[in-house]
Design a protein around this ligand. Sequence first.
Ligand code: KIV
Length: 261
Amino acid sequence: MKKIKINEIIKKKGKEPIVCLTSYTKNISEILDKYCDLILVGDSMSMVLYGMNHPREIKLDTMILHAKAVKKYAKKSLVVFDMPYKSYENKYLAYQNARKVLNQTKCDAVKLEGGKKIVKIIKHLTSKKIPVMGHVGLLPQKVKKFRTQGKNFKERNKILNDAISISSSGAFAVVVECVVESLAKKITENISIPTIGIGASRYCDGQILVTEDMIGLNNISAKFVKKYSNIRKIIEKSVKMYCKDVKKRRFPSFHNIYNYK
Ligand code: KIV
């Protein structure tokens, strides 16, 4: 299986949609790897996997453990590590932590949230050969409440300029989260790197969703999430059947036991 390179992701801009999803675990990673160009070990694991109240609560070392498993089972896709809150406050800290992440997890790149303010940090990391993915629009590490971005002129301009700065700072792609469709289109048309949308319309060069949202495991109802299955229901049905079997002593049956012979 041939590993996807960063250059191949960049070349897809305007030609072929880039398929991305999140993974925090071995099993999901194994499945996604067959279909995705890029797998993100997102800090969304804070809320989705650990039931924390905010992405700010997840620690770098916790994410590193998950990323090791994800990367080990992703042979083809590009694996990007989402740098958690306070792990890239200045260029020195960002470099120290990004190095640690890439050394320990073998991930291919890191993702940083922010616009103009983090340009210096991205430039520093890329000058040290650390591939970076940006993230503009709604910034989950910064906000208390999730709301659509770019609904007024000032906000639109700020986000567009943020995306332009990220693009010219050396990042190879940028996540555009929860912005109005016309802004996503404008950003995509005005920067040279691929835009990866989440709640940002079909005009982006690629799409990403949190896998647990997309398969209906995480109980979230957001307009931008399309639920492709209801895994929660399937799990519940299986648990119910198991429960009944145990109570009626139907499990384990002779198929599930060990004998001398
Ligand atoms: O943490 C995450 O999962 C993300 C994606 C949703 C883009 O940042």
